[in-house]
Design a protein around this ligand. Structure first.
Ligand code: FMN
Length: 358
């Protein structure tokens, strides 16, 4: 019934629906729920230690017998630059004073660990069926080890050039991430956010440019979007934002209110929250300091000085300094159990495709 079964057959899932990995707002619980609904659950590991990632995978394996995708960032880690940090804290100084915080107090450094030998050992030990990367691919030796462990390797492209690069460098599946998508731009050959086309412009061009199966990501939130992605040549879809309001996500109470009130005009691409461009619901610091600021320290260090502000504001029920990543289809997110949502998305897509064929 699905017009393209390449990824259903490779992933061995009931539906060609991948839960987007969403670091910071989900854990094993959402992965399990989507897997139970017939989709491919993805565990984001960028904000976990190798030990914590292992623990989460074990929870998933105990609760559900289904394939799983482990997701890692593979950016080039750079040390914090003390001069830029100091300048950034100064820029945020008025907010510190407003919240009665000491800008000179020591703060826990923001952590987004790139894929390394410790994570690779977790992959080799736990043998996830799929491993996806954001920001390119890891060094060839590590990639080779992931493949030798039997994982299907996916990575996101934001341009046709990146898609071709990923295929040439060993990706088994390319995720075409459009500008509509929530979260960090996966871009790794360019840093110009203006270059990223929207999902439905990028997708058919990527499908034409590579031989490997393509997953569509960005702004897909219902059966119509999934059917449209298949019509344009996708073999699966990766959906994040639509799952954020599911009870199994870890979005805070204040975040849920902001998501429920968000509209398609309320998301912006910003670099102030982490130092790398990402799309999220606009909050106070994004509006007043960004959305793009040359002062933001390199990824992920911009997040460090925002940490205490986030905690202080959230105590007052505010998301002024919280990165609430979400895509342009944020209004279409549903507050329903994730397994049910997965089945509803698949059913609606099949019904829509049936109508289109009829
Ligand atoms: C809250 C949030 C966090 C995200 N974190 C990650 C991540 O950790 N790793 C990753 O590969 N992609 C991440 N993404 C991007 C997704 O992989 C995907 O491109 C995006 O969710 C698709 O667009 P949509 O949100 O409109 O469905 C994140 C997206 C969101 C909304």
């Amino acid at each position: 019934m699905w017009p393209d079964r390449r990824l259903i057959d490779r992933f061995k899932t009931e539906f060609p629906i991948v839960l987007a990995p969403m670091a910071g707002v989900m854990d094993a619980e959402l992965v399990i729920a989507v897997a139970q609904g017939g989709g491919l659950g993805s565990l984001p590991c960028a904000m976990l230690s190798a030990e914590k990632a292992r623990e989460q995978v074990n929870i998933i394996r105990q609760r559900v017998s289904a394939p799983v995708n482990l997701n890692f960032f593979c950016h080039e880690a750079v040390d914090a630059d003390p001069a830029r940090e100091a300048q950034w804290r100064q820029r945020l100084g008025p907010y510190y004073r407003e919240h009665g915080l000491d800008p000179d107090a020591p703060i826990n450094a923001a952590n987004r660990a790139p894929f390394d030998t410790a994570f690779c050992a977790v992959v080799e030990e736990l043998k996830p069926e799929v491993v996806s990367f954001h920001f390119g691919l890891p060094e060839p030796k590590l990639l080779q080890r992931v493949k030798a462990a039997g994982a299907i390797v996916m990575s996101s492209a934001t341009t046709v050039k990146e898609a071709i690069w990923l295929e040439e460098n060993g990706a088994d599946v390319v995720i075409a991430q459009g500008a509509d998508a929530g979260g960090h731009r996966a871009m790794f050959l360019t840093d110009d956010i203006a270059e990223q086309p929207g999902t439905f412009s990028l997708l058919p061009q990527v499908v034409d440019a590579v031989k490997v199966p393509v997953v569509a990501a960005g702004g897909i939130a219902d059966g119509r979007g999934i059917a449209a992605a298949f019509a344009l040549g996708a073999s699966a879809v990766q959906i994040g934002t639509a799952f954020l309001r599911c009870p199994e996500s870890k979005v805070s109470a204040a975040g849920r209110v902001a998501l429920a009130q968000a509209s398609d005009e309320s998301t912006v691409i910003t670099n102030v929250m982490t130092g790398r461009p990402a799309r999220g619901v606009a909050n106070r610091v994004m509006r007043e300091v960004g959305p793009i600021s040359p002062d933001a320290p390199a990824f992920p260090h911009a997040a460090t000085a925002l940490g205490p502000l986030k905690v202080a504001a959230e105590k007052q029920g505010k998301v002024d300094f919280t990165n609430l990543w979400a895509g342009q289809a944020v209004r279409m997110g549903k507050e329903m159990p994730a397994a049910e949502l997965t089945r509803a998305l698949a059913g609606a897509a099949l019904a829509r495709m049936g109508k289109m064929a009829g």
